[in-house]
Ligand binder design. Structure first.
Ligand code: CP
Ligand code: NVA
Length: 307
């Protein structure tokens, strides 16, 4: 039994196994119907319980489909409708009860520590479905997507333009574990978490942080961004939007990247802010494949957790 909480917790070898297994599983699916069960029905008789303390479209549906394709069942809990969310039951007690009913848990929450606390009291695996600190499932899907389109990500140049947020934190961890170069362009005051950067440095990662979006994008294989205002951001929105204005991914940015570079965004997007329509809808955009691959990579993550 293993938890999937941070990309930095998992060895390079295991992460590679998760990606490669996801790719093999995806290729093996010959039935086009979206919920056709895989031949090995790996989750037959098993239940995934999902708890969302923040909204979700992709994570909710892609986990549900992942479990269906593995032959299992998923149950989604709304924190407003369960005891722990409304304060009637402690987190440890809820964790112990859910361990009786489910085989695996997926939690999307605000404070990262909650996933760690939950994991202490569960005796089944937990998957992090996004916290204010990181979003490892999304970045695993992005690695799979990059490799599907462009081949091995090792030594490639990936550029992040915009807010130093949870998605970027998982991307920084992935740059160490998968061995790609990462350039980050962000405004002062919106840099990624210092501890995560220190961890990357300690693990010999080359990460460039600059204020200049064009220089960060130069000769890049992939330009990535995300919303400037994340769910639950308790900041001065007006001030943040102003600071991030020069960090929009548009034609000018894509032009300095490699000719065959791809554009990635975890979605949901605020079109016209962090990205222009012509880029997100353009030929270089990989955003819909990123969303699709969430299903495949999460099947592989579930399989890995239950081993
Ligand atoms: N990218 C992502 O996790 O999207 P949702 O918030 O819709 O789940
Ligand atoms: N940074 C975004 C990602 C959404 C998938 C947020 O946390 O809202």
């Amino acid at each position: 039994m293993r938890n999937f909480i941070n990309i930095s917790d998992i060895s390079k070898k295991e992460l590679r196994i998760i990606i490669d297994n996801a790719t093999v599983r995806k290729k093996k699916r010959t039935d086009n119907s979206k919920n056709a069960i895989d031949a090995d029905a790996l989750l037959d008789g098993k239940i995934l319980v999902m708890i969302f303390e923040k909204p979700s479209t992709r994570t909710r549906i892609s986990f549900d489909l992942a479990v269906k394709q593995l032959g299992g069942k998923s149950v989604t809990l709304n924190p407003d409708e369960i005891h722990y969310g409304s304060g009637n039951e402690s987190l440890p007690d809820t964790a112990k009860v859910l361990s009786q009913y489910a085989d695996i848990i997926m939690l999307r929450t605000h404070v990262h520590k909650k996933v760690l606390d939950f994991s202490k009291y569960l005796n089944i695996p937990i998957i992090n479905g996004l916290t204010d600190l990181n979003h490892p499932c999304q970045i695993m899907s992005d690695i799979m997507t990059f490799e599907e389109l462009k081949g091995p990500i090792k030594n490639k140049k990936i550029t992040w333009i915009g807010d130093g947020n949870n998605i970027l934190h998982s991307l920084i961890e992935a740059s160490v574990q998968f061995g790609f170069d990462l350039s980050i362009a962000c405004p002062k005051g919106y840099e990624p978490d210092k501890k995560i950067l220190q961890w990357a440095k300690k693990n010999k990662s080359e990460i460039l942080i600059t204020r200049d979006a064009l220089s960060a994008a130069k000769d890049s294989d992939c330009i990535m961004t995300d919303k400037w205002i994340s769910m639950g951001d308790k900041i001065n929105k007006k001030k943040k939007l102003k600071a991030l204005k020069p960090y929009q991914v548009n034609k000018k940015i894509m032009k300095v990247a490699k000719k065959e570079a791809i554009f990635m965004h975890c979605l949901p997007a605020s079109r016209g802010d962090e990205v222009t329509d012509d880029v997100i809808d353009g030929k270089q955009s990989a955003v819909w494949l990123e969303a699709l691959n969430r299903i495949h990579v999460q099947k592989s993550i579930i399989e890995w957790c239950l081993k």
